[in-house]
Design a protein around this ligand. Sequence first.
Ligand SMILES: [Zn+2]
Length: 265
Amino acid sequence: MPELPEVESICRMLRARIVGRTVSAVNVSLPRIIRRGRLSDIVGFKIERVFRRGKFICFNLSGGLMMFAHLRMTGTFLWRDDLTERPSHLRAEVEFGDHCLFYRDIRTLGGIWVAKDGFTPWKRLGIDPFDAGFSARELQSRFQGRRIAVKQALLDQSIVAGIGNIYASEALFEAGIHPARTAGSLGLQELKRLRNAMIDILSAAVESGGTTFRDFRLSDGRDGAFQDFLKIYAKEGEPCPGCSGLIKRLVQGGRSTYYCPGCQH
Ligand SMILES: [Zn+2]
């Protein structure tokens, strides 16, 4: 599932390709992928800005129009200059003259929203780890009094936006914090370590995703190169890179969490 670094990589690709271009035509193959508004409303308008909020991709268009996309499990955008070669699982397309942006989604859990009235597809979206205000104290105020496990708190998009299963496990390992600790029990020093670990890991992953996305886009569906950065995720039974003890797995909220009992407390 795409998390913040993958979505950021896609945003960068989109920014480089479509900002300044005007939508010449659209086509929707699966109407329910358009969650709000009509995709045809963006025809004739220019893409002015592409940015990310959590895992949402946001498009500012001329005329005060907004478009939002969420990739969920298997959504992705493909940029092609050959309009005749159509990818499988194509759900919607946005044409820019001789180029086309394809929205491909195998499981069709993703969505696209079109709005001209200040609507946003999220209700409460937590702080983005790349926001300037993302500090240990900010995390402390968001975690205060929370009795849920810190791993669960990191996955809650209304607390912190953009983190998924992989990066939550990795950040907690890097910070030496046990994933089952309650969020409200973490001290400021621990939160500083956690905050720094999140920024470091996400930044490295964005850099790697930035170079990987080309492959992803061309070959359709390969995992990113950030796999090479992972120290603990999906490595149950392998030696911990910190202490050589064995990495363990536990299930929280139906999702696997990987951790090292020797290094995380
Ligand atoms: Zn260890």
